[in-house]
Design a protein around this ligand. Structure first.
Ligand code: SAM
Length: 281
């Protein structure tokens, strides 16, 4: 019998540990182990990798990651009620699962992980977006992680992979695609979760590129993109007024018509614009 077979079904775990879903912790659990194994497979080849899992809850995805061969899983969970259920999984996989009780936004798990590192999570959406932005904007590149496999509400997933010219295209698309390859790898209906949320979800897989697609200073690019999309209906010559005294010159040298709007400008030209802005100051 494999380790995963020795563990009780997740519904029994939830009943035993009285894990009634708490709305304020964004708890929508995945209880189908076939589905969690499928999500774990989207994280890539886990053999020889440490996996950081944020928000394991009762441990459905955790079981999937371990069964798919992760060398070690470090699971960070905020809800104390889930810890005994997770320790039960740790006992079935000796030395391969470390459970940390804490808030993923506050703790730094890096010292407990050995590269190569992959990250996988089914998190509340607000926490997921905040962590994604942090993971995409480290001090140095390449980052500490090789890939991110994250569940988002469908609308956020669409914003991560969006192309220029679409409504979903904005800061999140630029941040995600500048230094990573981002793909939607699975779509999940509300019924996949217990309790079901109101909206559909999707799993996004991001792989860190060794270098940015186009050269740019991260802080300047971030400022330019924030200003451009904060007033996305305005022409760029107006939206970027506060960014540099020579807006028109910078736009023109970057090959952008000053009357264009942020939505029409692709990543390559945003990077060119950031280089011009950096030079102009
Ligand atoms: N991964 C589990 C699954 O797929 O069934 C649970 C998913 S549930 C959507 C989100 C989980 O993240 C919950 O267990 C919740 O307690 C946990 N969580 C919420 N905020 C957190 C935070 N800031 N840090 C760590 N865990 C958090």
């Amino acid at each position: 019998m494999s380790a995963i077979d020795s563990l009780p079904p997740l519904r029994a775990v939830i009943a035993e540990h009285q894990l009634s879903a708490k709305k304020q912790l964004g708890q929508n659990f995945l209880l189908d182990l076939n589905l969690t194994a499928k999500i774990a497979r989207q994280a890539g080849d886990l053999a020889g990798c440490d996996v950081l899992e944020i928000g394991p809850g009762p441990g459905g995805l955790t079981r999937g990651l371990l069964a798919e061969g992760a060398r070690r899983v470090l699971a960070v969970e905020k809800d104390a009620r889930c810890i005994p259920a997770l320790e039960q999984i740790a006992a079935a996989y000796p030395g391969r699962l470390e459970v940390v009780h804490g808030d993923a936004l506050e703790i730094d798990p890096l010292s407990r992980l050995t590269p190569p590192i992959r990250i996988a999570a089914n998190l509340p959406y607000n926490v997921g977006t905040e962590l994604l932005v942090r993971w995409l904007t480290p001090k140095d590149w390449p980052p500490f992680w090789q890939s991110l496999t994250l569940m988002f509400q469908r609308e956020v997933a669409d914003r991560i992979v969006a192309a220029p010219g679409s409504k979903a295209y904005g800061r999140l698309a630029i941040l995600s695609q500048w230094r990573a390859e981002a793909r939607i790898v699975m779509s999940l209906p509300p019924e996949a979760f217990t309790p079901p949320p109101k909206i559909s979800s999707a799993v996004v897989h991001l792989t860190a590129l060794p270098e940015p697609r186009y050269p740019a200073d991260a802080a300047v690019l971030s400022r330019v993109v924030a200003a451009a999309f904060n007033q996305r209906r305005k022409m760029l010559r107006a939206a970027l007024k506060g960014v540099t005294p020579d807006v028109i010159g910078c736009l023109e040298r970057a090959g952008i018509d000053p009357t264009e709007r942020a939505e029409q400008v692709d990543l390559e030209r945003f990077c060119a614009l950031s280089r011009e802005v950096a030079k102009s100051r």
